[in-house]
Design a protein around this ligand. Sequence first.
Ligand code: BMA
Length: 332
Amino acid sequence: MPFRNQHVMTLFHRENQNPILTAADWPYEASTIFNAGVTRLPDGTTLLLCRVEDMRGHSHLCAARSRNGVSDWEVDPQPTLLADPDHYPEEVWGIEDPRITFVPEMNQYMIAYTSYSYGGPGVSLAATRDFKHFERYGVVMPPEDKDAALLPRRIRGQWALIHRPVSNWGAHIWISYSSDLSHWGDHKIILEARRGAWWDANKIGLSPPPIETDEGWLMIYHGVRQTAAGCIYRLGLALFDLDNPEQCLRRGDAWVFGPEMTYEREGDVGNVVFPCGYTIGDDGDTINLYYGAADTSMALARGSIRELLDWLHERGKLESNTAMATETAASR
Ligand code: BMA
């Protein structure tokens, strides 16, 4: 990065081999590869469920697997999960940006993804055990809504989904609850976009699924800064109560990761870093954050969960409670 200030703390370190996956690696016709959902399979293999944009501009999902999580990717020879508009009309313009959560109680992976309908983006859910066969739940949050992930366990007996509806209130992060994963209620705002000059003004969204730590749910979220030259997508941190994830405990003021390298600055949509998943290293602390770069390729940056939490303790602030936040939002 030219002009990088030496006093800015580096919490995420980029992999030297970035970008780690591009359309050039694809075994069939594809325009761009980005915004992959991520999981580590029981045998240690890293699986990226990549968003693949085809030559029409519509997206589908395709799995790439690697033993070391960096190179030697084996990409499924055909799309892994295609939009199915005949049965799920909300997928008419494709499916995008999956977030994968392994749910021990169900012994399966739950994938929350964007279904791109005539009415705009909505949130759909699908379940899988092997990333070959998928059971769709259909659209669970109608448009306009996206940036969703399921928490891996029930909260007070209910499943919990983090998501980002857009309304007259703006584009804030919400949580909703369900007993059957199909019918959702108890909707609450948990993190608001700030306003004015802030890096996360007006529009924020969950990035990868929240990370469960001893100190709370660690959330990496994206903020969208609108400038005269277009948007800049950067990442920030917030921490939520483990048993009551509606309660934001701390939120950082500064962003912790943003586009700097050429492959992040330039592409179909420049100035975008957009992680939809991570793996945790064998040490239990290293986070391998996989992110879409400029809506064109996949890249990897590593951090330490301990360092992220320490940074939040030093630099984060206690958030006002959600009831107040909701009132602030409503008064706009
Ligand atoms: C967001 C999402 C992402 C995309 C980003 C930048 O709204 O649609 O899929 O990476 O915009 O284009």
